[in-house]
Design a protein around this ligand. Sequence first.
Ligand SMILES: *[C@@H]1O[C@H](CO)[C@@H](O)[C@H](O)[C@H]1NC(C)=O
Length: 421
Amino acid sequence: MGWWLRGGALLALCATVAVLLCAPSGPHFRLVIDASFGQAAIQADGPALAPLIVLTEAAQQSGAVCLDGSPAAYYFQPGTGAGAHNWIIHFEGGGWCTSLEDCVLRAGDSLGSSHGWPRTRHLTGHLSRDPAVNPDLHTWNAAYLPYCDGASFAGNVSQPQSSGGQSVFFRGAAILDAVLADLMHRGLHTAQRVLVTGCSAGGLAAYLHCDYVAARVGGGAVTKCMPDAGFFMDAPDVWGQRRMEGLFRAAVEMHNVLGNVNEACVAALPARDAWKCFYAPYSASFVQAPLFIVNPLFDTWQIANLVLGGRAAPEWDGCRYSLAGCTREQGAVLRAFADQLAARALSTLAAASGDGAFLFSCFLHCPNLDNDDWWQQLTIGGTALREAAADWVLDRGGDHFHVDKTSDYERGTNPSCGISV
Ligand SMILES: *[C@@H]1O[C@H](CO)[C@@H](O)[C@H](O)[C@H]1NC(C)=O
């Protein structure tokens, strides 16, 4: 029997007799840890695979656990040479769980449990160790945070919740804290540059936690944030419904995220609107750290879930992944959405604050940064994503705003999205 089955049984027991068995120890998270699933050794000169570091102590002491109660963990590859004092912290994505039942289901797979995560990970794109793929950032310390809390590393509920005899934990904020604390021991406290990234729900995490990470690292470092495909819009779908909005509101409430999103955003909005700070367009306008927004304009996740409201809508089937199969009206709807996304993203940025953007007219979602192909090949006006990103990160060059218009190309989409390797 695997660790999490035994862990699950213990959790169920805790849920039943919480007062007797589990409460007196102080932390709410007394877990049985399988010794064979222990701390990974780090070697600076080891193979180009990042080992998984399992935070067993933080799991017990601060409840840094995944939905299923398994310990938080992350992949880490130390920096070398010129990059020894520079850090990338990357959040994995994977949607959200927005109801208890949904989260219980998720607790059974790799987006809700660290059990079964591979012991090592090959880092790609902006995290790659290969100078040919990643000429400017390949020597940086790289932390890859797999996603297992269901709410973009923002949840904070102290007690496990249960549904159908199964317990789930909403501990995303504790996971982030535990990873940051562990990174501090590995040298993050002496960082010169820190880059916070992530894709999709992880891109949203980069918006939400950007200033928090900057504050934790401290003023001795320049902390910048580069979220990828995390600019989820708060627009209605083509039928005028706001299904995503309902899901986001439910997630905000259930995971209790509002203490762990952009603080200035929550302070600025009236209390009844504070949940909107879980949306990138709201949080982004309050981010103090320099922000570089990377987003496909025809974001296929947003087309499916936002523009089309998660509906099957067979009349849209030819138009979800390319403008070629759209009717005139459908094409106009998608172009308008893409233009609206670009305008909204740009409205949150200012060149004077050191911001920038790479908004490309492609039917894609994620990942674009941590993917060897897209990192090298996506190009706007002759500048590749990896070049635009590194120029901004390293304060090289002048204009850091790289933005396609959906009218720029004959077919509406950027030719570099079509190049396959
Ligand atoms: C979560 O909420 C508790 C209680 O309000 C608070 O003490 C704690 O600092 C919060 N954050 C984390 C990461 O646990």
